[in-house]
Design a protein around this ligand. Structure first.
Ligand SMILES: O=C(O)[C@@H](O)C(=O)COP(=O)(O)O
Ligand SMILES: [Zn+2]
Length: 215
């Protein structure tokens, strides 16, 4: 497949996943952003765009130095996305959402900032891994970049404090699947708060990591 064909397919898939995430309530209004790596740069969702109504042809294109070269004006979160690609060279896509339960956890003062998503099911260990909370920065601020740089080598997913989740994956599909799994696990954690929850133990987590290593 040529680079142009690959780009056309990825544009279609960003719009398709956007519609699907919006329809299922994983993001609302114009919140959230998606980026995907291309052979010659990146595709990113336009700033102030609604995931439910993305026009594949107007998705922003950036060159390899993150300069805007086509489509609508890009998301203001370029420093956030860029920091993931730089810290995790295998990254093929990054998804940021304001999904309700993960965002709720990002606002709780008593969540462990090193391990915000308690490993209560195998799938969250396999798809998401351990999730730290990064200190609050204003949306669009470049101040987030060093915070991501410090943590994203070891973590494919983070919660931005009082803001929401960000997930990197080797492909768009894997980043979306991980963002969905993170949100569903956050929901389980919120609805079981105050109950005697049994998490997986370290031996069970090690066994999953050995068999299903996250990239
Ligand atoms: O929370 C924010 O403002 C951004 O992180 C966001 O989710 C949407 O920003 P744009 O992608 O610039 O619309
Ligand atoms: Zn946001």
């Amino acid at each position: 497949m040529s680079g142009l064909e690959a780009e056309a397919q990825l544009r279609t898939r960003i719009a398709m996943w956007g519609r699907s995430l919006f329809a299922r309530g994983f993001t609302v209004g114009s919140s959230g952003n998606i980026s995907v790596k291309l052979e010659d740069g990146f595709l990113v969702t336009p700033t102030n765009s609604c995931f439910g109504f993305l026009d594949a042809a107007r998705i922003s294109k950036l060159d390899q130095d993150w300069r805007h070269v086509g489509g609508d004006a890009p998301t203001k979160e370029l420093p956030l996305h860029r920091a993931f690609y730089e810290a995790r060279p295998a990254t093929g896509a990054v998804v940021h959402l304001h999904s309700t339960y993960a965002t709720a956890l990002s606002c709780l003062a008593d969540v462990d900032p090193e391990d915000a998503i308690t490993p209560i099911t195998p799938y969250v260990v396999m798809r998401v891994g351990r999730v730290p909370v990064l200190p609050y920065t204003a949306p669009g601020s470049a101040d987030v970049a060093p915070l991501v740089a410090a943590r994203a080598g070891a973590h494919a997913a983070v919660l931005l404090a009082n803001h929401g989740p960000v997930v990197a994956g080797t492909s768009l599909d894997s980043a979306v699947f991980a963002a969905e799994e993170l949100e569903e696990t956050a929901k389980l954690l919120v609805i079981t708060r105050g109950l005697a929850v049994r998490s997986l133990d370290q031996g069970q987590i090690d066994q999953l990591n050995a068999r299903f290593a996250l990239k």
